[in-house]
Design a protein around this ligand. Structure first.
Ligand code: 6PG
Length: 250
C-alpha cells in the first residue's frame, strides 16, 4: 500500500513526519515491545529530528524502548560535518533520553567501508534476532534529485546486492564525494513502514518521474523501494510535488 501526501511547505511536512514517527513508535511498543527505527541522512529530515527533540513531542515516545539505526552513512568520523549520525546527534539523539546502547551508529572508525558494512550487518543480526531479515518498524528515507535513496546510487553495484543486509558504495555524483555504507534493498523492502521525506522544487522532476511510474530502480533507485509486506508513504511538500499529477492535498 502506497500513501502519498502533499503538505504546504517543508515545515508542515516535518511536522507530519514527526507525528508519523510518534504514531509508529507507539504502535510498535504496544504490538512488539519496542520500536526499531532507521534514520535518513541528508538535510531534509533534520527539521523532523529537531521537532522530535522538543519536550512535548519527545514525551510522547518511550525512548527506553526505541532502537535507532541508520539507513546509510558517509565513511567519515561520527563527528565530521558530513556524518549522518552527527547530524542526528545534534538535532535529536543528544537531546532525548535514549539509552546509549540503543543507538547504533555505523562504525566508520573501521579501516574500510567494506569492514564497516560487514560490522553493521553483524549489529543488525544481533539486534533483530528473531527476524530472518531485519524488519524495521520504520525506515525514513530521503530522495536525491538523481533518484538515489539512502546510498543506493543509479547504476552502482550496491543496487544488485541482495545477499547482504548492508553494503558499501562508492561516492554518488552528489556531494559529499565520500565512500558510503548503506542498507540494501532487501532490508528496505522488509520494513513494516517506509516513509520518504521529500521537499523542494529541485526534487519535483524526479518525484514526477518516480511516482509517475516511468522509472526503473537501475536509473532511479528510490523506485526500487517497495516494501513487500509493509506500507510505503511519500511525504512531499508542494514544491517537490508540483510536477506530479494526482496531488492529494493533505
Ligand atoms: C545521504 C542521504 C541521502 C539523502 C538524499 C536527499 O547520506 O546523503 O541518506 O540519501 O537522503 O541525498 O538529501 P537531502 O535531504 O539533503 O536533499
Amino acid at each position: 500500500m502506497t500513501e502519498i501526501r502533499v503538505y504546504d511547505d517543508a515545515a508542515a511536512l516535518a511536522e507530519r513526519a514527526a507525528e508519523l514517527v510518534i504514531e509508529t513508535a507507539r504502535e510498535a511498543a504496544i504490538e512488539r515491545g519496542g520500536f526499531t527505527w532507521a534514520l535518513a541522512g541528508g538535510s531534509t529530515p533534520e527539521k523532523t529530528y529537531s521537532l522530535l527533540a522538543e519536550p512535548e513531542r519527545a514525551a510522547q515516545i518511550d525512548w527506553n524502548r526505541t532502537f535507532v539505526f541508520f539507513g546509510d552513512e558517509r565513511f567519515v568520523p561520527l563527528d565530521h560535518p558530513d556524518s549522518n549520525y552527527g547530524m542526528a546527534q545534534r538535532a535529536m539523539l543528544g537531546k532525548v533520553p535514549l539509552l546509549e546502547g540503543n543507538v547504533h551508529p555505523v562504525p566508520t572508525h573501521l579501516p574500510s567501508p567494506e569492514a564497516a558494512a560487514d560490522a553493521y550487518a553483524d549489529t543488525l543480526g544481533e539486534s533483530f534476532v528473531s527476524d530472518e531479515i531485519p524488519r524495521f518498524d520504520l525506515i525514513l528515507l530521503g530522495l536525491g534529485d538523481d533518484g538515489h535513496t539512502a546510498s543506493l546510487f543509479p547504476g552502482q553495484p550496491a543496487l544488485n546486492v541482495v545477499d547482504r543486509w548492508v553494503t558499501s558504495s562508492p561516492p554518488g555524483v552528489l556531494p559529499p564525494p565520500v565512500e558510503r555504507i548503506t542498507l540494501t534493498f532487501p532490508v528496505l523492502n522488509a520494513a513494516r513502514r517506509v516513509a520518504f521525506l521529500v521537499a523542494g522544487e529541485k526534487k519535483a522532476a524526479v518525484v514526477r518521474d518516480i511516482l509517475g511510474g516511468s522509472t526503473t530502480p537501475a536509473t532511479h533507485p528510490a523506485a526500487g523501494v517497495r516494501p513487500a509486506h509493509g506500507e510505503l508513504i511519500w511525504l512531499l511538500d508542494a514544491a517537490a510535488a508540483k510536477l506530479w499529477r494526482g496531488m492529494e492535498c493533505a
